[in-house]
Write a protein of this length. Structure first.
Length: 398
């Protein structure tokens, strides 16, 4: 996300990017050698006392490293601002509303986001979670709450000229911590090359329905709801493919056996991206019953491939999917969600022409709303508006 945004903005503005050298410096410099852009400048730095952050993954240690790096970033940006005189600053990533960005302290317009993380699994769904999974959800909520109480996070929110939220849930949390101008905008996008390649996958020739779910097999991804719905829909000639790996796989396999659908459910495990897209192309419908996704990139990819999406009316997928491109199922209780998912599966199984119609609408929406070029233009327009409002010179951005 970060790379695509700065690349698009640099088509129109001079951009300085603050980032860490341990993540992608070699890849960035190689790409700039192949495709030079004189408007794009990278400033690499990392904590002098804690340089190796990648080996921590997404652990708490990694989050602490990132928090401290944000403090360091302010001093780097302030020094650069004295020499260069930036017009606009933009915090692009991480996509996390409960962690501060001290760039907001600079005396220029500050854009925060897109931001996610304010989504939660509805309380009624916790009954299906194991004790370990409930502990995960509890710690996640606690960590988010601590972040909201952080004075630096609240200063970031109050000083933002605009805060972009990926979902309505995150938008609500941003307003609660002091952001006055909050708008919805997904962090996801596709390049023109990706849109063109994904559009080449033809509709499956088989008459019967083949459903697919893609993602890490985690409790909050809701694949157990998809399996229960598939059993309830009673589509005897349909298949359900699940692509991905994770700690819930054994449980999901056991569940499919208990539901009497094991002979029609295929677990493919973790596959390379090319094979994942191939499997998606061989299926008719994407089922994505995630309980708290701030993004849901696979939904966007399915739309670009021309496949209807069945999701819960929660999080990022609910912002992407429309009645023209798929089904957003009400999710107040597990029983209600399962029944809604099953109904959507049944309707699409009986209407091949509806699947094709929704697929075409999804491709159009992906092109118009989720291309990186369109997102870049959105930010460029915003930068111009902010600098004109402040009577500043347009031309430089962070």
């Amino acid at each position: 996300m970060g790379w695509n945004i700065v690349r698009e903005v640099a088509k129109f503005h001079e951009v300085w990017v603050l980032t860490r050298p341990d993540e992608s410096k070699m890849a960035i410099e190689a790409e700039l050698l192949r495709h030079p852009n004189p408007n794009l400048h990278f400033v690499y730095f990392t904590l002098p006392f804690w340089q190796d952050s990648l080996r921590w993954g997404q652990s708490g240690a990694m989050q602490l490293h990132y928090y401290l790096w944000q403090i360091q970033a302010y001093f780097v940006a302030r020094r650069l601002h004295q020499d260069i005189g930036f017009d606009v600053e933009h915090h692009v990533t991480f996509v996390k509303y409960s962690s501060p960005s001290l760039l907001a302290l600079l005396p220029i317009p500050f854009i925060w986001g897109p931001l996610g993380g304010g989504e939660s699994a509805p309380a009624a769904f916790w009954s299906d979670f194991t004790l370990k999974n409930k502990l995960y959800e509890t710690l996640r909520l606690a960590w988010r709450w601590i972040g909201e109480l952080d004075p630096l996070t609240r200063v970031t929110a109050r000083r933002s000229a605009i805060a972009f939220a990926t979902t309505k849930d995150t938008a609500q949390r941003l307003r609660l911590i002091g952001a006055s101008n909050v708008q919805l905008l997904s962090q996801l996008g596709l390049s023109q090359t990706e849109l063109t390649e994904l559009a080449t996958y033809a509709q499956p020739v088989r008459a019967s329905l083949r459903l697919i779910s893609i993602g890490r097999l985690l409790h909050w991804k809701g694949f157990h709801l998809g399996l229960a719905a598939f059993a309830q829909a009673n589509l005897t000639d349909a298949e359900y493919w699940i692509v991905g790996e994770g700690p819930e796989r054994a449980h999901l396999e056991q569940l499919s056996a208990r539901l009497g659908i094991a002979d029609r459910v295929k677990f493919w495990g973790q596959l390379p991206r090319e094979q994942v897209l191939q499997k998606l192309g061989e299926c008719s419908v994407l089922v994505h019953p995630s309980l708290h996704d701030s993004g849901g990139g696979v939904c966007l990819e399915a739309m670009a491939v021309g496949r209807p999406v069945i999701c819960l009316d929660l999080g990022g997928p609910a912002e992407q999917v429309t009645p023209e491109t798929g089904y957003k199922v009400t999710a107040q209780t597990p029983a209600e969600a399962i029944a809604g998912l099953a109904s959507a599966m049944h309707q699409l199984a009986e209407a091949p022409e509806l699947r094709q119609q929704m697929g075409h609408a999804g491709q159009q929406r992906a092109r118009e709303r989720y291309s990186w070029a369109a997102k870049g233009q959105t930010f460029v327009t915003l930068y111009n508006q902010l600098t004109q409002t402040k009577e500043l010179t347009v031309g430089k951005s962070i």
